[in-house]
Design a protein around this ligand. Structure first.
Ligand code: MG
Length: 337
C-alpha cells in the first residue's frame, strides 16, 4: 500500500538564495505499508526543481507497488519507477526513501549498518545562513553558534558585504554557495581569491549550470575547490563534472533517492571527485535518510530540518555540528508527538 499527503513546512526564518526568498515550502509525505511494517518517505519541493505537490501526487497515483511481490528487490522496483515518466525526481525519491525505510525496518537495522558504514565517519554538517539584511544575517550567525562550519548563500550583488557581516561575528570556516548567481568570470576569479583569504573552504555552483567552460576556467585559477550542485542532478551527469568541478553536491531530491545517490558516490570516486551530501529544506525524514550515507561523504550540508519549525519527525541530531544517527531501523525516524 502507498499513501501520500501534501504538507507545508514552515521556515524558522525567511530563507533567501540568489533567485528567491520564501517563508514556507511544500512537501509530500509518503508511506508504504506491507507485512505490518510502514516505511516513510518524503518529496521536498524547492522551486528550482519544478515539481509541485500536485505533480508529485499525480505521479504517485500512477505508482502500483502491489505489482511487485518482493519489496526487497529494489533493483527491480526503482528502475521501473524511474521509467514511468522522465523527471519527477522528488516524487521518485519519496518512494525510494519509503522502500528503503521499509526494508531497513524489516531487517531491524539502520540503513548505514545494512550498508556496512561506520556512522562515526560522517563529516560535520554545515549550517546555512541564507541571504538577508545585515541585521538578520548577524542574528542568524549568532544562532548558529553551535555549528563549527557555516554555509553562506551568495550570488546577489552584495556578496562581499554578506561575508564581511559574517566575519565581523565569527572566524569559523565557511563554505559559500553562489547558486549559479555569478556571471562575470574575472570578477569570480577575484572573488575566489578574496574568499580564500577569509577562511572560506569551497565555492558551490558559481556559474549557471549551462556554463561549464567558464567554470573550468575559474577552476584553473581558483584557490578554492568548486562544487557542482545545480549542474549535477543524476548519475548520468556525474562524468560531466570531471575536469570542470572538484566535487559534486548530491541531493536525494535531485537524483531520485538513496539507490542512485550511492551509485553517484561510487562514480564520483572513480572520477576523483569529492562528494558533498546536501539536502533541501525538508523534514527529518529526508535529511536523516541522506545522513545514512554521510560516512561516505567528504562534506555534509544536512541542516534542512533545522530550518523548519513544524518537523513531523524526529531523526538525525546535530550535536556540536556532528551528525548523530539514531540507532533505529531503516531511516531512523519516529513521528514527533
Ligand atoms: Mg547549492
Amino acid at each position: 500500500m502507498l499513501r501520500y499527503r501534501p504538507c507545508t513546512l514552515e521556515l524558522r526564518h525567511a530563507f533567501g538564495v540568489a533567485s528567491n526568498t520564501r517563508t514556507a515550502t511544500p512537501a509530500v509525505l509518503v508511506e508504504v505499508e506491507r507485512d505490518g511494517l510502514t516505511g516513510h518517505g518524503e518529496a521536498s519541493l524547492p522551486p528550482y526543481l519544478g515539481e509541485t505537490a500536485g505533480s508529485v501526487c499525480g505521479f504517485l497515483a500512477r505508482v502500483d507497488l502491489a505489482r511487485f511481490p518482493d519489496w526487497t528487490r529494489l533493483d527491480e522496483i526503482l528502475p521501473a519507477l524511474d521509467a514511468l515518466a522522465p523527471g519527477h525526481t522528488a516524487a521518485k525519491a519519496a518512494v525510494d526513501l519509503a522502500l528503503h525505510d521499509w526494508l531497513g525496518r524489516r531487517q531491524g537495522a539502520p540503513l548505514h549498518r545494512f550498508w556496512g558504514l561506520d556512522p562515526a565517519k560522517a563529516p560535520p554538517t554545515s549550517f546555512t545562513i541564507g541571504l538577508d539584511t545585515p541585521e538578520v544575517v548577524r542574528m542568524k550567525v549568532r544562532e548558529a553558534a553551535p555549528y563549527p562550519l557555516l554555509k553562506a548563500k551568495l550570488g546577489r550583488d552584495n556578496d562581499r558585504e554578506m561575508i564581511e557581516v559574517i566575519r565581523a561575528e565569527t572566524g569559523r570556516p565557511l563554505v559559500v554557495d553562489a547558486n549559479q548567481g555569478w556571471t562575470d568570470r574575472d570578477a569570480a576569479a577575484r572573488m575566489a581569491e578574496w574568499l580564500a583569504a577569509r577562511n572560506v573552504r569551497l565555492i558551490e555552483q558559481p556559474f549557471p549550470r549551462d556554463r561549464p567552460a567558464d567554470t573550468a576556467w575559474l577552476r584553473a585559477r581558483s584557490p578554492l575547490p568548486l562544487f557542482a550542485d545545480e549542474s549535477v542532478q543524476r548519475l548520468a551527469d556525474v562524468s560531466s563534472a570531471a575536469g570542470v568541478f572538484d566535487g559534486i553536491n548530491i541531493k536525494l531530491m535531485k537524483c531520485t533517492g538513496l539507490a542512485e545517490a550511492r551509485r553517484m558516490i561510487a562514480r564520483a570516486r572513480e572520477l576523483g571527485l569529492k562528494v558533498m551530501l546536501g539536502c533541501m529544506t525538508e523534514t527529518s525524514c529526508a535529511v536523516t535518510a541522506a545522513a545514512q550515507l554521510a560516512p561516505l561523504a567528504d562534506w555534509a550540508d544536512l541542516d534542512g530540518a533545522l530550518l523548519i519549525r513544524n518537523d513531523p519527525f524526529e531523526g538525525m541530531q546535530v550535536v556540536d555540528g556532528r551528525i548523530v544517527l539514531p540507532d533505529r531501523p531503516g531511516i531512523g525516524i519516529v513521528a514527533r508527538t
